[in-house]
Write a protein that binds this ligand. Structure first.
Ligand code: ZN
Length: 120
Protein backbone atom coordinates (compact mmCIF):
# COMPACT_ATOMS: atom_id res chain seq x y z
CA UNK A 1 0.00 0.00 0.00
CA UNK A 2 2.79 2.33 0.84
CA UNK A 3 4.28 1.59 -2.52
CA UNK A 4 1.08 2.43 -4.31
CA UNK A 5 0.95 5.76 -2.60
CA UNK A 6 4.49 6.42 -3.55
CA UNK A 7 3.66 5.66 -7.14
CA UNK A 8 0.67 7.98 -6.96
CA UNK A 9 2.84 10.74 -5.59
CA UNK A 10 5.34 10.21 -8.33
CA UNK A 11 2.61 10.39 -10.91
CA UNK A 12 1.29 13.57 -9.40
CA UNK A 13 4.75 15.02 -9.37
CA UNK A 14 5.24 14.04 -12.97
CA UNK A 15 1.93 15.64 -13.93
CA UNK A 16 2.90 18.81 -12.10
CA UNK A 17 6.24 18.85 -13.82
CA UNK A 18 4.50 18.50 -17.14
CA UNK A 19 2.21 21.41 -16.38
CA UNK A 20 5.19 23.45 -15.31
CA UNK A 21 6.93 22.56 -18.54
CA UNK A 22 3.90 23.52 -20.59
CA UNK A 23 3.68 26.82 -18.77
CA UNK A 24 7.33 27.53 -19.46
CA UNK A 25 6.92 26.72 -23.12
CA UNK A 26 3.88 28.96 -23.35
CA UNK A 27 5.85 31.74 -21.68
CA UNK A 28 8.74 31.24 -24.06
CA UNK A 29 6.40 31.30 -27.02
CA UNK A 30 4.88 34.57 -25.87
CA UNK A 31 8.29 36.13 -25.41
CA UNK A 32 9.31 34.94 -28.83
CA UNK A 33 6.17 36.46 -30.31
CA UNK A 34 6.83 39.77 -28.65
CA UNK A 35 10.40 39.73 -29.88
CA UNK A 36 9.25 38.99 -33.41
CA UNK A 37 6.77 41.82 -33.28
CA UNK A 38 9.46 44.19 -32.09
CA UNK A 39 11.78 43.01 -34.82
CA UNK A 40 9.12 43.50 -37.44
CA UNK A 41 8.40 46.98 -36.15
CA UNK A 42 12.10 47.80 -36.19
CA UNK A 43 12.39 46.52 -39.75
CA UNK A 44 9.42 48.61 -40.81
CA UNK A 45 11.00 51.68 -39.30
CA UNK A 46 14.25 50.94 -41.11
CA UNK A 47 12.41 50.36 -44.37
CA UNK A 48 10.55 53.63 -44.00
CA UNK A 49 13.78 55.47 -43.26
CA UNK A 50 15.49 53.86 -46.22
CA UNK A 51 12.58 54.65 -48.49
CA UNK A 52 12.65 58.27 -47.38
CA UNK A 53 16.38 58.43 -48.06
CA UNK A 54 15.97 56.82 -51.45
CA UNK A 55 13.24 59.25 -52.33
CA UNK A 56 15.47 62.17 -51.42
CA UNK A 57 18.26 60.77 -53.56
CA UNK A 58 16.11 59.96 -56.53
CA UNK A 59 14.18 63.23 -56.50
CA UNK A 60 17.41 65.23 -56.50
CA UNK A 61 18.80 63.62 -59.63
CA UNK A 62 15.46 63.35 -61.32
CA UNK A 63 16.00 66.57 -63.23
CA UNK A 64 12.75 67.29 -64.96
CA UNK A 65 12.09 64.10 -66.88
CA UNK A 66 8.49 64.27 -65.72
CA UNK A 67 8.46 60.55 -65.00
CA UNK A 68 8.21 60.74 -61.23
CA UNK A 69 5.73 57.93 -60.79
CA UNK A 70 8.17 55.24 -61.89
CA UNK A 71 9.33 53.98 -58.49
CA UNK A 72 6.10 54.48 -56.60
CA UNK A 73 4.58 51.09 -57.40
CA UNK A 74 7.27 49.07 -55.74
CA UNK A 75 8.02 51.34 -52.81
CA UNK A 76 4.85 52.90 -51.52
CA UNK A 77 4.95 56.65 -51.43
CA UNK A 78 6.02 57.93 -48.05
CA UNK A 79 4.43 60.91 -46.41
CA UNK A 80 4.77 62.57 -43.04
CA UNK A 81 1.95 62.79 -40.55
CA UNK A 82 1.53 64.30 -37.11
CA UNK A 83 -0.20 62.67 -34.19
CA UNK A 84 -3.14 65.03 -34.10
CA UNK A 85 -3.14 66.75 -37.46
CA UNK A 86 -5.69 66.02 -40.16
CA UNK A 87 -3.21 66.56 -42.99
CA UNK A 88 -0.34 64.63 -44.41
CA UNK A 89 2.80 66.31 -45.65
CA UNK A 90 5.61 65.55 -48.02
CA UNK A 91 8.18 67.32 -45.87
CA UNK A 92 8.56 68.61 -42.32
CA UNK A 93 6.19 71.47 -42.48
CA UNK A 94 6.40 73.80 -39.52
CA UNK A 95 6.87 72.86 -35.91
CA UNK A 96 5.84 69.58 -34.41
CA UNK A 97 6.81 65.97 -34.53
CA UNK A 98 6.31 64.21 -37.83
CA UNK A 99 6.03 60.48 -38.28
CA UNK A 100 6.63 58.61 -41.51
CA UNK A 101 3.66 56.82 -43.01
CA UNK A 102 2.69 55.54 -46.39
CA UNK A 103 0.32 57.56 -48.51
CA UNK A 104 -2.33 54.86 -48.35
CA UNK A 105 -2.01 54.71 -44.57
CA UNK A 106 -2.55 58.44 -44.34
CA UNK A 107 -5.56 58.25 -46.62
CA UNK A 108 -6.94 55.32 -44.65
CA UNK A 109 -6.82 57.54 -41.59
CA UNK A 110 -8.89 60.13 -43.40
CA UNK A 111 -6.04 62.60 -43.73
CA UNK A 112 -6.00 65.08 -46.55
CA UNK A 113 -2.97 66.57 -48.32
CA UNK A 114 -1.47 69.64 -46.70
CA UNK A 115 -2.07 72.64 -48.95
CA UNK A 116 1.37 74.04 -48.17
CA UNK A 117 3.14 70.87 -49.30
CA UNK A 118 0.80 69.81 -52.06
CA UNK A 119 -0.73 73.19 -52.86
CA UNK A 120 -1.12 74.90 -56.22
ZN1 ZN B 1 2.63 70.56 -45.09
Amino acid sequence: MAKQEEIKLQEQRAALAKQEEAKKQEEARKQEEIRKQNEAREREKQAAANAAKERQNSTSDNSGSGNVQASVDKNEQQVLVTKTGSKYHNRKCGNGTYYPATLSEAKARGLTPCSKCYGR
